[in-house]
Design a protein around this ligand. Structure first.
Ligand SMILES: *Cc1c(COP(=O)(O)O)cnc(C)c1O
Length: 705
C-alpha cells in the first residue's frame, strides 16, 4: 500500500510543488524539500513525492509551526509567479504564434534522478528541451513512454562485471499522475500489434508550465508480453523494439488526439518516433485526402532531429516483420504493400528493410543534426536520398545541442555569477556580453568555490566507493581505504558517460606505465573518476567497462583511479561541478554532439577533448585543450594510437603544469584564467536557451500558421 500524503493545512501546497518538476531546477524548491528531513531526502533519491509520503506527520506539524513557513511562502510565491507570468519570452517575441502547439516526441526524457526514464544524452536533451520550453513560454507538449521498470540500476561485481537490475518503477511514488480527459476520465489509447489490440494508459508529468504525457502498456487486458513492452528502455529484441516504436509513434498521436490537442508542429527527436508520420498520413487519408495531399500535409507539420552519425545506430526493421505488423495499415493509406514498404526502404546486408530515419527524413519538412560536424556527416550519410543535389545542399541543417543552465549550474556559482552579472542575468543567459563580465571575478573567489565543489564531490565519492567495497565483500581495510580515497588537492579528472566503445573510456590506459607516471607523482597528484553504464546487450561496451574497473587496481593507480557504480543525473551533476578537467575521447566523428562537457564548462571545469561533436565549435585555443588530429582515419587502431599519445602529451605538457603552476599566494593563476574563459565562451552559446531559439526560428516558426 502506498502511503497517502497528509500535510498540515498551512503546508498543504507542498504536494502541488512535489508534482511539478519546476522544483527540480530551482534551488529554493530543492532546499525546501531537503529541509524537511535531509537524511530521508537522500534515502528517497531526491524524490519529493516519496519524501512527503514517508516523513512522519509530527515532523511536518513541527515545521508548520516554525520559520520553515517563511521559506515555504517565499517558494510558493515564486512558483505562482512562474506559473502565471505576466509575460514570457515567447509571448514578447511571437505573440501571434502562441496558439500553435509543438508536440515533442522522444523515447526518453531525462528530467531528474527521481524519474529514471532515460538512458543517456538523448534523454537528458529531451528533458532539458522541455524545461527550457517552459521557462521561455514555448507552447510545447512532450510525448513518450513511462517505462514501468525505468532504466536499470547498475551493479558492478568485484571483477568489474556489470549486472543490470531492473526494478519496477512504482507510479504511486513518482511525480506522475494519470492523465485525464475533459470529463475527468482516465485516458486510454489503443494500437494494433499484429492481430491484437494493445492498450496504454497515459501518465501526466508537469514540467513547469508545460505537460509531458507518457504511455504505459502495463495495463489490463493486455497480454503479459505487451504489459512487458514498455518495461525496458531499449531492452528487448528487434521485434520488441518495433512494437515499442509503434506505441510511441502511432499511440503518441492518438494520445494527443484523445487529449484534444491539435499540434501545428510534430517534432520527432530521433527516429524512434517516426511512425507518427504514418498515423498522421492515415488521419489525412481517412479525411478524404489523396496520399499525395496527405504527404504534403505531413511535411508541412513535421520536423525531425537526427542524432546518430553511425549507419548501424539507426533503427531498421526487416520487410518481413513490417508486413506482419502493418498488414492492415497500408490499405488505410490507399497503398499497396510494395508502395508502403517503399516509403522507407533501405537495403541492408540481410535484405530489404524499413528505416525509421529514412521515413523521418522523407516525411518531415525540416531536418537537423545536432552539431555543425554532425550536420555535415549527416548530409554525407543521407545524400543518397537526394541524388540530384550536391552533398552540401542535402536538406539537413544543424542546430548544436546545449544544456539547461539552471539544471546543471552549481548553486554557489549561480550566486557568484549573480554578483558579477547582476540580478536578472538568467533572463538573458544567452547574451554573450553578460558573460564577458565574469572575467572580473577575483581569482580567489572563483578558486574558493571550485575547492568547495571538489570537496563536495570527493565526499560523495568516498561514500559511494566505500559502500561499493562493502557490497562486494572487500576486506575491512579496503573499505576503510575507500572511505578516504582521493586527495582534495589533486588535479581531478572526470570521465562519465555511456560505455559505448566509440567513446573509448579505455584510451587513457593504452600505455599504462605512462599513465602510472602521470598519476603516481606525490608532488603533482592526479586522480581520475570514472562512471557510466554499458547497454546490457553491448558486450564490447561491458568488456570495456570491466577493463577500466580492473585497470584501477593496477599498482600505482589504485586509489587514484576510481570507478563509481550506477551513473545517474545526480552523479552527473556532482561530477560536472566538482572535477577540474572533463575528459572526452570519442573516436571522431562518432560523437554527434555530447553535452556533458557543456555542463562542465558552465561550472568552470576545463575540457580536454577530441575535436568531435560540439567541441570544434567551442574550442578557441584559450578555453581548454584539443586532443588528436583533425583527419579522417581509415584505420581505427592507428587513430587510437595517435589519440592516446596526444592525450598523454596534453596531460603532461599542458594540463598538469598549468594546474600546479602556483604563485606565492598558492593560486593557479593561469588555470583560473582558463576556467573563466571556459565559462565565458561556453555558457551562453551552448545553452538550451540559444538552442531552443534556433529550433524556434529554423524549425518551428516556418511551420506555424
Ligand atoms: C549529460 C549526460 C549524458 C550525456 O553525456 P555525453 O558526454 O554527452 O555523452 C549522459 N548521461 C547523463 C546522466 C548525463 O547527465
Amino acid at each position: 500500500m502506498t502511503p497517502k500524503i497528509k500535510l498540515p493545512e498551512n503546508l498543504h501546497r507542498l504536494e502541488d510543488l512535489a508534482y511539478n518538476m519546476w522544483w527540480s531546477w530551482n534551488q529554493s524548491g530543492i532546499k525546501l524539500f531537503r529541509r524537511i528531513d535531509p537524511d530521508l531526502w537522500e534515502q528517497v533519491g531526491h524524490n519529493p513525492v516519496r519524501l512527503l509520503q514517508e516523513v512522519p506527520y509530527e515532523r511536518l506539524s513541527q515545521l508548520a509551526d516554525s520559520d520553515y513557513l517563511v521559506a515555504y511562502h517565499r517558494v510558493m510565491a515564486d512558483f505562482d509567479a512562474y506559473m502565471h507570468p505576466e509575460s514570457t519570452w515567447f509571448r514578447e517575441n511571437h505573440a501571434d504564434k502562441e496558439g500553435n502547439l509543438i508536440a515533442y516526441f522522444s523515447a526518453e526524457f531525462g528530467l531528474h534522478e527521481s524519474l529514471p526514464i532515460y538512458s543517456g544524452g538523448l534523454g537528458i536533451l529531451s528533458g532539458d528541451h522541455c524545461k527550457e520550453s517552459s521557462d521561455m513560454g514555448v507552447p510545447l507538449v512532450g510525448i513518450g513512454f513511462l517505462y514501468p521498470q525505468g532504466y536499470f540500476t547498475q551493479k558492478i561485481a568485484a571483477d568489474g562485471t556489470q549486472e543490470a537490475i531492473y526494478e519496477k518503477l512504482d507510479f504511486e511514488r513518482v511525480p506522475a499522475r494519470p492523465a485525464l480527459d475533459a470529463e475527468g476520465n482516465e485516458i486510454r489509447i489503443e494500437v494494433q500489434l499484429e492481430a491484437r489490440k494493445v492498450f496504454a494508459r497515459v501518465w501526466h508529468i508537469q514540467v513547469g508550465r508545460n505537460n509531458l504525457y507518457l504511455m504505459d502498456t502495463d495495463v489490463e487486458p493486455n497480454d503479459p508480453r505487451d504489459r512487458e513492452l514498455a518495461a525496458r528502455l531499449y531492452g528487448g529484441d528487434l521485434e520488441t523494439r518495433l512494437a515499442q516504436e509503434i506505441v510511441l509513434g502511432i499511440g503518441g498521436v492518438r494520445t494527443a488526439r484523445t487529449l484534444g490537442l491539435q499540434p501545428a508542429v510534430w517534432h520527432m527527436n530521433e527516429g524512434h518516433a517516426a511512425f507518427l508520420v504514418l498515423e498522421l498520413l492515415r488521419e489525412q487519408v481517412a479525411a478524404g485526402k489523396s496520399f499525395q495531399e496527405a504527404t504534403e500535409y505531413v511535411r508541412a507539420h513535421t520536423v525531425f532531429t537526427t542524432h546518430t552519425p553511425v549507419p548501424a545506430g539507426h533503427d531498421v526493421f526487416p520487410f518481413e516483420m513490417m508486413e506482419r505488423y502493418f498488414w492492415n495499415f497500408w490499405p488505410e493509406l490507399n497503398l499497396s504493400k510494395e508502395e508502403f514498404l517503399g516509403l522507407a526502404r533501405q537495403d541492408q546486408p540481410w535484405g530489404p528493410s524499413f528505416s525509421m530515419t529514412v521515413l523521418a527524413l522523407k516525411f518531415s519538412g525540416r531536418r537537423n543534426g545536432v552539431s555543425k560536424l554532425h550536420g555535415a556527416v549527416s548530409r554525407r550519410m543521407w545524400h543518397f536520398l537526394w541524388p540530384d543535389k550536391p552533398e552540401n545542399e542535402v536538406p539537413i541543417g544543424q542546430i548544436t545541442n546545449g544544456v539547461h543552465t539552471a539544471s546543471w549550474l552549481a548553486p554557489e556559482l549561480y550566486e557568484l555569477y549573480t554578483r558579477y552579472m547582476g540580478e536578472g542575468w538568467y533572463d538573458r543567459l544567452d547574451d554573450q556580453s553578460l558573460w564577458d563580465r565574469l572575467l572580473q571575478i577575483p581569482d580567489e573567489e572563483l578558486w574558493k568555490v571550485k575547492q568547495l565543489l571538489r570537496d563536495r564531490l570527493i565526499e560523495f565519492v568516498r561514500n559511494r566507493y566505500s559502500a561499493w567495497k562493502r557490497e562486494i565483500g572487500a576486506p575491512q581495510e579496503e573499505v576503510d581505504a575507500a572511505a578516504n580515497v582521493l586527495d582534495p588537492n589533486a588535479l581531478t579528472i572526470g570521465f562519465a558517460r555511456r560505455f559505448a566503445t566509440y567513446k573509448r573510456a579505455n584510451l587513457i590506459f593504452r600505455d599504462i606505465e605512462r599513465l602510472r607516471k602521470i598519476v603516481d607523482n606525490p608532488d603533482r597528484p592526479v586522480q581520475i573518476i570514472f562512471a557510466g553504464k554499458a547497454h546490457p546487450k553491448d558486450e564490447p561496451g561491458k568488456a570495456m567497462l570491466k577493463q577500466v574497473v580492473n585497470f584501477s587496481k593496477y599498482p600505482g593507480l589504485e586509489g587514484k583511479i576510481v570507478f563509481l557504480e550506477n551513473y545517474d543525473i545526480n552523479m552527473a551533476r556532482l561530477l560536472v561541478q566538482g572535477v577540474d578537467v572533463w575528459l572526452n575521447t570519442p573516436r571522431r566523428p562518432r560523437e554527434a554532439s555530447g553535452t556533458s562537457g557543456q555542463k562542465a564548462a558552465l561550472n568552470g571545469v576545463i575540457n580536454a577533448s577530441v575535436l568531435d561533436g560540439w567541441w570544434p565549435e567551442a574550442y578557441n585555443g584559450a578555453n581548454g585543450w584539443a586532443i588528436g588530429k583533425v583527419i579522417d582515419y581509415d584505420n581505427p587502431d592507428a587513430q587510437d594510437a595517435d589519440d592516446a599519445i596526444s592525450l598523454y602529451n596534453v596531460l603532461e605538457n599542458c594540463v598538469i603544469p598549468v594546474f600546479f603552476g602556483r604563485d606565492d599566494t598558492g593560486l593557479p593563476r593561469v588555470w583560473i584564467s582558463i576556467m573563466k574563459e571556459s565559462i565565458r565562451s561556453v555558457a551562453p552559446y551552448f545553452s538550451l536557451r540559444r538552442m531552443l531559439k534556433e529550433y524556434i526560428d529554423q524549425m518551428y516558426l516556418p511551420l506555424m500558421g
